[in-house]
Structures are given as C-alpha cells and as structure tokens.
Design a binder for this molecule. Sequence first.
Ligand SMILES: NC(=O)c1ccc[n+]([C@@H]2O[C@H](COP(=O)([O-])OP(=O)(O)OC[C@H]3O[C@@H](n4cnc5c(N)ncnc54)[C@H](O)[C@@H]3O)[C@@H](O)[C@H]2O)c1
Ligand SMILES: CC(C)[C@H](C(=O)O)[C@@H](O)C(=O)O
Ligand SMILES: [Mg+2]
Length: 356
Amino acid sequence: MDYKIAVIKGDGIGPEVVDSALEILDAVGAKYGHRFHYTEVLAGGCAYDDCENPLPKETLDVCKASDAVVLGAVGGPKWDDLPGEKRPEAALLGLRKELGLFANLRPAILFGALKDACPLKPEIIKDGLDICVVRELTGGIYFGDRGFKDTDMGPAAYDIEIYAEKEVERIAKVAFDMAMKREKKVMSVDKANILESSRLWRKTVEKVAKDYHEVSLDHMYVDNASMQLIRDPKQFDVIVTTNMFGDILSDEASMITGSIGMLPSASLGGDNKGMYEPVHGSAPDIAGQGKANPLATILSMAMMLKYSFGLGEESDCIEEAVTKALDAGYRTGDIANEGEKVISTAEMTAAVKSYL
Ligand SMILES: NC(=O)c1ccc[n+]([C@@H]2O[C@H](COP(=O)([O-])OP(=O)(O)OC[C@H]3O[C@@H](n4cnc5c(N)ncnc54)[C@H](O)[C@@H]3O)[C@@H](O)[C@H]2O)c1
Ligand SMILES: CC(C)[C@H](C(=O)O)[C@@H](O)C(=O)O
Ligand SMILES: [Mg+2]
C-alpha cells in the first residue's frame, strides 16, 4: 500500500530523531512492500525564522491532506522571548486543535534490558512496568481564555482551565476502550478537591464508566498520583487525565522507562489521521551533537503503523527490533549506566535497523 505522511522535523534534535525514524520506516516499508511518501513541511521555530509564522497555512493543508503526521519537536531558547502566538509551541497546539487530535496516548513501558537505567528500586520493577497515560489534548488550561489585567497586586496574567462534558466523555471513552485491551483498570487523575472543572471531570468519567462494567475505575488527586507513580507504579494500568496534568505526569512516567528519550506518543482524533511524536522536546542542550536517543521517535512510528494504518505486524516488527537492540546492549547516553559504551543517534538507528 501507499501512505502519505506529512513530516515536520522541527527544531533542536527534532530533525535528528525524525531522520532516524524515517530510516526505520523505509526499512519496514521495503520489508513488507509498503511505500511511504513524505512531504516535509515547516512548523515551530524554523517556520518562524522562515516566514514569521510558526504554523504556516501550507503546513496545515499538507497535514490535513496526509494519512498521518510525524513530528520531531519544536521550540528552543532562540524563540523564548516571542509573544505567545508566535512561539514555536503555539504551532504544536495549533496542529493538535486543527487536526482534532483530542486523545494523546503516551505508553510508558520499561524494556527488560533497561531495568538498570530505571531509578526505581529493583523490587518495584522486577516484573516490568507498563502504564498508558491517556492525556486530553485539545482542551483545559491550554485552550481556555487567557489574558492580562490590572489587579491590586499589580499587573496580572491568567489562563483559565475549562472542560465541557462532551470533551471529558470522549477522552474517558478512549481510556476505557484502551483499558479493555489491557488490565481493565482506569485511574482518573484530577484535582477535584479544589477545581470545579475537575469535579465535572470526575462526575463525567463516572458516567462513562457505567458502560464499561468489566473495567475498574478509581480516582486520584494529581499531587498524590505524582507521588504514587514513584512509590508504587504497578498500581496503574491506564491513567486518564487533563491536558496539563497529563503533560506533567507523562514526563514523570517516562523516568520509570529509564529516560524521556524512550517515550513515544500518538495523538488521535475521530478519524484515522493521527500525529506521532516523541514525548520529549527539542533538547537544545544536546542538539546537533548526534547524542539524541531516537527510540522514542522510532517507537512513535510503531504506533503510527498500528493506529493510523492498521499494520499490526509491521508495528510489532519495530518494537521487537528495538527490544533486540537494547537486549544486545546498544545504549545512547541517556540510557547508559556508568561503564557502558555510549553510541550515537546514527549508531542506534543502524542497530535497530539490523534487527528488523
Ligand atoms: N513536542 C514538542 O515539540 C516539545 C515537547 C517538550 C518540550 N518542547 C520544547 O522543547 C524545548 C526544550 O524543553 P525542555 O528542555 O524542557 O525539555 P526536553 O524534553 O527538550 O529536554 C529535557 C531533558 O531531556 C533530555 N532529552 C530530551 N530528549 C532526549 C532524547 N531523545 N535523548 C536524550 N536526551 C533527551 C534533554 O537533553 C534535556 O536534558 C522547549 O522550547 C520546550 O517548549 C517541545
Ligand atoms: C511543548 C509543549 C507545548 C508540549 C505540551 O505541553 O503539550 C510538550 O510539553 C508535550 O508534552 O508535548
Ligand atoms: Mg511535555
């Protein structure tokens, strides 16, 4: 089959990890007889530099006309002083909103070979860890009303957290459907002891739960959840939460996999079109040095094959190749322990490719 993919490499290590992921995708295509047609478009800081718009219309048009979108990362200190709507990060939010990608799946899986790279106690991780964070992606404080006003404490700025029932309902359904394919456990994370939007969130998740008798539902406040993720991560199967809490908890969950460089993501909406990107950012501190771990982006390609193209075998093939490369001891700097040989982005890519 032929597939049209919009490619947004972005800023910092974005181009490095995307090049690596596309190399793997091409190798999978060659093995199984699929053709992936890439259209590269600009978004983020590089787009701002090009045309003073972090999300040009052409980029959006190409994404809408494609079967899926691959994104590296956007942002960096160079653009930090721009006003909000010109910042590279605004492009990411624009893409998510315009493409209707309200469900962000962020699986945090500890590969067997990386148990030594995980900072948790060996007895906690001995049987492995597999958590899926389902993050609401087009609502909440990221998209609520915002602005500036004068107060008796001086000039102030505000961002409003707002959730409609239907927004909560649809993300809760994604989480319960996901749980049905896993351990049938959903933990909804909110701050219902203080926020009205969280009380509506909790009530709505409970309503959706009535259609999923086999799935157990629990609720946890976000402060406790962030502690429990480290204390006893095994209690979690699917975590469903708001845009901002999901952003924070997924970076935290990434550390139980050894590194943020290991965490892939899929952003999905109503149709099959999805956007696939690593959870990490543009990592300006290591950009251009060949040090980036490409596995999060490579694993995001496995998610794309599965969720957007329905290619389960091809998806498994990538995951197995990553497992084998890690089992064979290949390590980028972020997942290496003292004394272990550190390899480059290109060497890790070649290692995964050799096991496809
Ligand atoms: N999806 C995105 O495009 C995205 C996501 C997060 C942050 N950002 C942006 O990226 C910029 C930097 O953000 P930050 O520093 O807070 O987060 P970051 O994720 O870019 O980096 C945090 C730390 O993790 C390391 N790291 C990240 N990815 C790695 C990889 N693949 N291999 C090895 N090490 C890796 C970095 O070197 C850094 O030390 C900011 O402008 C931020 O807004 C973009
Ligand atoms: C860059 C930023 C806007 C983004 C987010 O907060 O959603 C990032 O942190 C992520 O996790 O994808
Ligand atoms: Mg984040």
